[in-house]
Design a protein around this ligand. Structure first.
Ligand code: NI
Length: 371
């Protein structure tokens, strides 16, 4: 067996497991506007609760101990997280719509923080403006001010597609400055595919790399090797299950390590060890979790137990473990997932969750929203 720090899925929309498979192989905007948003309108707090639990079954069984979630009805997400004893960084996705919608969503996000930030050491709350194309700049300024005055981080989709970069109306650097986002306690930028690697990125910012989702939606490839060269913090995430379609950090690790070597024609860049760090410590740090993401004395026991007693691990040793995990391993090797010293997944069982009930309720929710 090997013990690793638990994986931190640094950008996802857990309840989107309910929308998995809808609108496959379409461009981002067409996919969102025609396939995803109309079905999302049918989601109820109940459906989101069960969908989130279903996503947690997938994440726990693949070694994820913490996930950063941007969605809505986040009170129900918090309840799901606390009932299982999992760890999560949660924010309410804020988008423009009818008059007053942004203000209401922002208030809802602030209420969420008031109620859940720091709860049982398992949850941190961020503000969640969705993206530059769904939140006007004036509202971004307001959200940044509120984040600063409440001491909260911001989780934001930024420059996922090339079109977004063109429509920004200014340079990304100028946008980040104008919006006030650089003044918040910490900021996570999901995707950042089209952010020029020469851009100034302060220490309070973490870029979140979602390689599988970016590949599947044809969004492009983040210039990761350049960011790592500059010691910029980058964490890994899956994005939602409707654009990935897995919630499996092993898949993101392997893809990351392979993709950038190929793109850069350089077998030395983006090492297995760097990728493991991105999948663990960097994600925990990005969302304000301290003493998590590494195995150290006095740190919290968020761990994955990996079964090395398999043919594809023959030859593994202390020196090459990271490479075996990233290149030869898969989530099928996970034997146990521990959070805060408690097993949440062990030998195929989920001690704190009723798997049968979750699966049944999720099937019913899926049927209801796709009718
Ligand atoms: Ni996303």
């Amino acid at each position: 067996m090997a013990v690793l720090p638990g994986f931190v899925n640094a950008h996802t929309h857990a309840a989107m497991v309910l929308l998995r498979g809808l609108g496959e192989e379409a461009p981002l905007m067409e996919w969102l506007q025609q396939k995803i948003w109309p079905v999302e309108d049918k989601l109820t707090p109940e459906y989101i609760y069960w969908g989130t639990l279903s996503a947690m079954l997938e994440m726990l069984s693949t070694g994820t101990t913490c996930f950063a979630d941007m969605y809505f009805e986040m009170d129900r997400v918090a309840e799901a997280v606390l009932s299982a004893g999992m760890r999560a960084a949660i924010c309410r996705g804020i988008t423009a719509g009818e008059p007053g919608k942004i203000e209401r969503s922002l208030q809802n996000n602030l209420d969420l923080a008031e109620k859940y930030h720091g709860r049982e050491g398992l949850i941190t709350v961020q503000l969640g403006p969705h993206a530059p194309y769904t939140v006007p700049l004036d509202s971004m300024k307001l959200i940044s001010q509120e984040a600063k005055s409440h001491g909260l981080g911001v989780h934001f989709h930024f420059l996922e597609t090339e079109g977004e970069l063109k429509n920004l109306g200014m340079t990304p650097e100028k946008y980040l400055e104008e919006s006030g986002l650089l003044n918040v306690p910490y900021l996570t930028l999901a995707h950042a595919v089209w952010l020029d690697p020469a851009t100034t990125v302060p220490d309070n910012v973490t870029l979140i790399h979602n390689p599988c989702s970016n590949l599947k939606l044809g969004s492009g490839v983040m210039p990761l090797a350049y960011w790592l060269d500059r010691d910029i913090s980058v964490a890994l995430g899956t994005d939602g299950a409707s654009s990935n379609n897995r919630l499996d950090m092993w898949e993101e690790m392997r893809t990351t390590a392979l993709l950038h070597k190929g793109v850069n024609k350089d077998p030395v860049c983006v090492s297995a060890l760097e990728v493991l760090r991105m999948a663990t410590y960097e994600g925990a740090k990005a969302y304000g979790f301290s003493q998590k993401g590494m195995i150290q004395e006095g740190w919290v026991a968020d761990l994955v137990l990996v079964n090395l007693d398999k043919p594809h691990y023959i030859g593994v040793n202390d020196e090459n473990l990271a490479a075996y995990i990233v290149y030869a391993g898969s989530s099928a090797d996970v034997e146990g997932t521990m959070i805060n010293g408690k097993w949440l997944y062990k030998n195929g069982q989920f001690p704190t969750l009723d798997k049968e009930e979750i699966v049944q309720k999720t099937i019913a929710a899926r049927d209801a929203i796709t009718q």
